[in-house]
Design a protein around this ligand. Structure first.
Ligand SMILES: N[C@@H](CCC(=O)N[C@@H](CS)C(=O)NCC(=O)O)C(=O)O
Length: 209
């Protein structure tokens, strides 16, 4: 399997953590977003959507979305299960993964991509250019605060976000919460349960990569 990664970006980190948690061997290629390698003809031939991560499966299928990559890896390498074993757990894990993507990942992306001068005209990833809308950056910052509140509340008396076990939902939320540092949002003592969970996930070997 070939894995197109980028060490500085959150989306490939989600897949990287999942691969590490499952102990899977992949051939890794780093794509530098700083050097805009995702827009090169060579990479566009692999993913015309110009984003990482990308996983080329054992049978040669190209997967360009975290959810697709996770579903494939969970089916191909079931242990340890990271997407649930029971119908309830499977539902809860995908639900919390979607909540983290929509309410944290998109909020951080809005805040960063609509304010950073290096991302002028790159407000949305992909082959097309989009101009920045400063109001979206402000809205993104407010939404990150709301998500931190929500997750702190959810984690009261719990070790993991979706179920009794560590799962894809924890990987997704951890990576996206951690990435909020790029817009100066950091987990602090004002959110004690979020902080306890964040420190625990941060200490896992898969989070060091
Ligand atoms: N929905 C995709 C998102 C992939 C994505 O947006 N990746 C970003 C890095 S975090 C990217 O490749 N950006 C390229 C760019 O900024 O031009 C997933 O979750 O896998």
């Amino acid at each position: 399997m070939i894995f197109y990664d980028c060490s500085t970006a959150p989306s490939p980190r989600r897949a990287r953590m999942l691969i590490a948690e499952k102990g899977i061997d992949v051939e890794k290629h780093d794509v530098s977003l700083a050097k805009e390698e995702q827009l090169s003809a060579e990479f566009l031939a692999i993913n015309s959507g110009a984003t990482v991560p990308v996983l080329i499966t054992e049978t040669g299928v190209t997967l360009t979305e975290n959810l697709g990559i996770a579903a494939y890896l969970e089916a191909r390498f079931p242990e340890p299960a990271l997407m649930g074993n029971t119908p309830d757990d499977k539902g809860a894990i995908l639900m919390w993964t979607a909540i983290a993507e929509g309410q944290c990942g998109l909020a951080v992306a809005e805040a960063l991509r609509n304010s950073n001068p290096h991302m002028k005209d790159r407000a949305i990833p992909g082959p097309e250019n989009f101009e920045q809308i400063p109001q979206l950056a402000e809205r993104g910052l407010r939404r990150i605060d709301l998500f931190f509140d929500k997750l702190d509340q959810r984690l009261q008396g719990r070790d993991f976000i979706a179920t009794q076990d560590f799962s894809l939902a924890d990987i997704t939320a951890f990576v996206l919460v951690d990435f909020a540092r790029v817009v100066q949002k950091r987990v602090s003592d004002t959110h004690p349960d979020l902080k306890r969970w964040y420190e625990a996930v941060k200490s896992r070997p898969s989070a060091q990569l």
